[in-house]
Design a protein around this ligand. Structure first.
Ligand code: COA
Ligand code: MG
Length: 327
């Protein structure tokens, strides 16, 4: 390990984040009663320009009046290049009471974007003498965002989570797709002919680089990486496939843009029992090996050593966190 220690900043579950447009009042209570770990009251792209001011008022009212239980409650503000952004921050902190846990900043491009939001949030918190600090979450969803991701990650100690936004990222880089996450039939690799002369078309994951980049930058700063939206909300299999891939890569959760995606995300970002059992078996086998003075051992024909302990701890710790919440 480096002499520089990085500790995770977020210690709560973030398997599913249900988005609720700030203009759809009829969704609010349903969201509060859902099984989502996190709620996002949205003021940005799911709210029409004409509804922005009213949506902000709705969010303030919802924060004061709705019983959100133990859920993490967040709000997505409008971008820093709009005239709604500053009031989203100031009005909601000044009038929304103490329930807001975190503010989500869309389309962050440079570290100074986050620094500026931190400054506004700090001033509003001081003004209302708020004791519990509001966290920040950032959506990486532009070429600028991915290129400046380390500066963004280092811009504020309030930062707790990174999110990858597929649709805006695709638009910002001129990717030739209108999918929000998922696959694209043209993103394939044709193999060389085999012995029988046949060639195969292998599908690639066009989002892989961005996910992997985000996970590494996030973890290097103690930030939790979260996968963004999957637009085809009737395609459970497609959602499952993408979510499982990002869970394997290290993301701890995913957005739900419809309530039916919440149970799927909760399930997929819970480590499968077989993996938890295997991780526990590795820890037991390594404890036995240590008693015999061995640093490396074998389990079911596989090498295990100190790195296996660290890998297994990740899985067991997550399983225990989920068990604790369910008990
Ligand atoms: N939060 C809470 N409840 C929701 C909901 C949400 N985001 N979306 C739908 N529901 C409720 C509906 O009220 C309905 O409840 P009912 O059975 O009691 O009547 C039920 O879930 C089924 O809704 P459905 O009719 O399938 O959805 P819809 O056509 O009304 O809305 C969307 C579909 C996609 C427009 C809507 O889910 C939505 O606005 N999602 C969030 C979009 C968003 O925030 N995007 C920005 C991030 S990418
Ligand atoms: Mg976006």
């Amino acid at each position: 390990m480096s002499f520089t220690r990085v500790l995770p900043r977020l210690d709560r579950l973030y398997r599913s984040k249900l988005f609720v447009p700030g203009s759809r009042l009829e969704f609010f209570e349903k969201a509060a009663k859902s099984a989502a770990d996190v709620i996002c009251l949205d003021l940005e792209d799911s709210v029409a320009a004409a509804d922005k001011e009213q949506a902000r008022k709705n969010v303030i009212q919802a924060l004061n009046e709705i019983h959100w239980g133990t859920k993490m409650v967040t709000m997505r503000i409008n971008g820093l290049d709009t005239h709604w952004c500053y009031r989203d921050i100031i009005d909601v902190i000044e009038q929304g009471g103490g329930r807001l846990d975190s503010i989500m900043v869309p389309k962050a491009g440079v570290g100074a974007d986050i620094y500026a939001v931190d400054m506004l949030v700090s001033q509003a918190e001081w003004a209302v003498k708020r004791e519990r600090k509001i966290g920040l979450e950032v959506i990486i969803e532009s070429a600028q965002g991915i290129e400046n991701i380390n500066d963004i990650a280092a811009a504020s100690p309030r930062l707790e989570t990174f999110h990858f936004g597929a649709a805006d990222y695709a638009a910002s880089t001129n990717m030739r797709t209108t999918n929000i996450g998922g696959s694209n039939r043209d993103y394939t690799v044709l193999t060389d002919p085999g012995a029988d002369g046949a060639r195969q078309n292998h599908w690639g994951d066009m989002w892989h680089y961005m996910h992997a980049r985000m996970v590494a930058a996030a973890r290097a700063h103690g930030i939790t990486p979260i996968d963004g939206p999957f637009g085809e909300f009737n395609d459970d299999e497609g959602f499952r496939n993408q979510a499982t891939r990002t869970a394997v890569l290290g993301c701890e959760g995913k957005w739900a843009i419809h309530p039916k995606q919440v149970p799927l995300a909760n399930e997929i970002y819970t480590p499968p029992q077989a993996e938890v059992d295997k991780a526990r078996a590795i820890l037991e086998a390594m404890a036995e090996a240590e008693k015999k003075g061995l640093g490396a051992a074998t389990l079911d024909g596989m090498l295990i050593d100190a790195a296996s302990i660290r890998q297994s701890h990740v899985i067991v710790k997550k399983a225990e966190q989920i068990e604790a919440q369910n008990s």
